[in-house]
Design a protein around this ligand. Structure first.
Ligand SMILES: Cc1cc2nc3c(=O)[nH]c(=O)nc-3n(C[C@H](O)[C@H](O)[C@H](O)COP(=O)(O)OP(=O)(O)OC[C@H]3O[C@@H](n4cnc5c(N)ncnc54)[C@H](O)[C@@H]3O)c2cc1C
Length: 411
């Protein structure tokens, strides 16, 4: 078993220079994953000077280890959004994901990017018959929103399933190849520095000062934190409104590929797809969804994954890799302004390929003073009630611990 993301096999990418001087720019994007590079793409022909920095090489963060799916069929998310908010917001989220897929396909077509984009059918399945009510609600939602969907007797691969839902018009691609190409297109249009780590951002009147690990300062009017997770807590307390989840993926070569992608509804969530990189065919199997903070050795997770791969597909994993994503309390991402001209893009709920694309469009629209219909539903300012509740519970806990300690001391 090799610990390597299959998306990086055979993909060449040259490093760019690191920043070694103080510099001023209009727009500073911190982070060169799919969020930062997608945002930069929307600025490439704008009137602004744009600078993007990445602490490593662009593209090698979480995006280079995801499952490369582009789909609006994200488990039974529209059920959740309808109950968290209402059907109108669920429909708006569906629209955003379909729009994101169109944008990515458009960028790939326009720039003739070879990132092994393929149209697939998408499946969500469950082995718990009690989930049928949730599936029925999702089907009703799809029907109301003109999305063709069908229930199936079983999955199109040999894997246990009791309830199966199928939709059309999803895609898969190699996310790392996509990012390497985006970087290549952008490096002549904007300024990109790699191996340049931002350690803090301070406000300086109408500007922001970004300090780097090398001791340089970048002065910028607009700053966008596209570092997967913001490097600050205030404003808007993102850590209080999110949790981090890990996911393990195994891949091994197989004879034939199918144009399908599969996701399970129940815990632990399971994700499957095929991939052909012109040299070999692969089948990917991802599972085990747990909080980053839980203890344990990742080797146990890989062994468990391998055992499961063997059980269902009769062979060992050739490649394995793992990554994590930021999950929000209400299934919508946090994309937008958190302070005057300071923006964040995070909380993609394991759907960052689409959410960061639509997020890049949203933030560029905000800075270029254009209207964008997703501004309110993705606003990072939401969720204040939850923060207040969590702070209240923390204070109560501290109060009870204090009482306990006083009692112990007095004894
Ligand atoms: C197992 C798994 C499978 C997934 N599959 C899918 C999928 O199929 N489809 C989908 O849509 N989404 C998927 N996701 C979600 C998706 O991978 C993420 O949401 C997305 O990659 C996040 O992109 P990003 O640009 O925010 O982060 P990253 O790709 O991690 O990029 C952040 C960049 O910021 C840089 N950086 C960090 N800190 C600093 C700093 N201080 N200074 C400078 N640079 C910095 C990093 O080096 C990195 O390059 C999946 C997630 C998981 C966990």
């Amino acid at each position: 078993m090799k610990n390597k993301s299959i998306w990086t096999i055979g993909v060449k990418d040259n490093s760019l220079a690191k920043l070694n001087k103080d510099i001023t720019t209009d727009v500073l994007i911190i982070g060169g994953g799919i969020a930062g590079l997608s945002l930069a793409y929307f600025f490439k022909d704008s009137k602004y000077n744009v600078l993007l920095i990445d602490k490593n090489k662009c593209g090698l963060g979480a995006t280079s280890k995801n499952t490369g799916k582009l789909t609006f069929m994200q488990d039974l998310v529209y059920n959740k959004l309808s109950s968290n908010y209402n059907e109108e917001i669920a429909s708006l989220y569906l629209k955003s994901q379909k729009e994101a897929i169109d944008i990515i396909c458009g960028i790939i077509r326009e720039n003739k990017i070879n990132c092994h984009l393929k149209k697939t059918k998408a499946y969500v399945f469950s082995n718990d018959e009690n989930s049928i009510i949730d599936f029925e609600k999702e089907i009703k939602f799809y029907q109301k929103n003109n999305i063709k969907c069908r229930t199936k007797e079983s999955l199109p691969i040999s894997y246990p399933s009791k309830i199966v839902l199928e939709t059309d018009d999803s895609y898969v691609f190699n996310p790392y190849e996509y990012l390497v190409s985006l970087k290549d297109i952008l490096k002549n249009k904007i300024t990109i520095y790699e191996n340049t780590c931002c350690t803090s951002v301070d406000k300086d009147n109408d500007y922001y000062l970004c300090h780097t690990k090398n001791g340089n300062t970048i002065k910028a009017k607009y700053v966008i934190m596209a570092t997967h997770y913001p490097i600050f807590i205030i404003p808007y307390f993102i850590p209080f409104k999110t949790i981090v989840e890990r996911f393990f993926i195994g891949a091994s070569s197989i004879d034939k590929i199918k144009d399908i992608q599969i996701l399970s509804h129940n815990d632990p969530s399971i994700s499957m797809r095929y991939y052909n990189n012109d040299m070999d065919n692969y089948f990917l199997y991802g599972r085990r969804n747990r909080k980053c903070t839980s203890s344990g050795d990742v080797r146990d997770d890989y062994n468990e994954l391998n055992m499961e791969y063997n059980k269902y597909f009769g062979k060992d994993i050739d490649y394995f890799f793992h990554t994590h994503d930021i999950m929000t309390y209400d299934n919508l991402p946090f994309i937008g302004e958190v302070d005057n001209n300071l923006y964040i893009m995070t909380g993609f709920n394991k759907w960052g390929n689409t959410n960061s694309t639509i997020g890049g469009k949203l933030i560029s629209d905000l800075i270029l003073e254009k209207k964008n219909i997703y501004q309110d539903i993705f606003s990072p300012r939401r969720g204040f009630r939850l923060i207040k509740l969590r702070i209240f519970l923390c204070l109560m806990l501290m109060f009870f611990i204090d009482i306990l300690l006083i009692k112990l001391i007095l004894k």
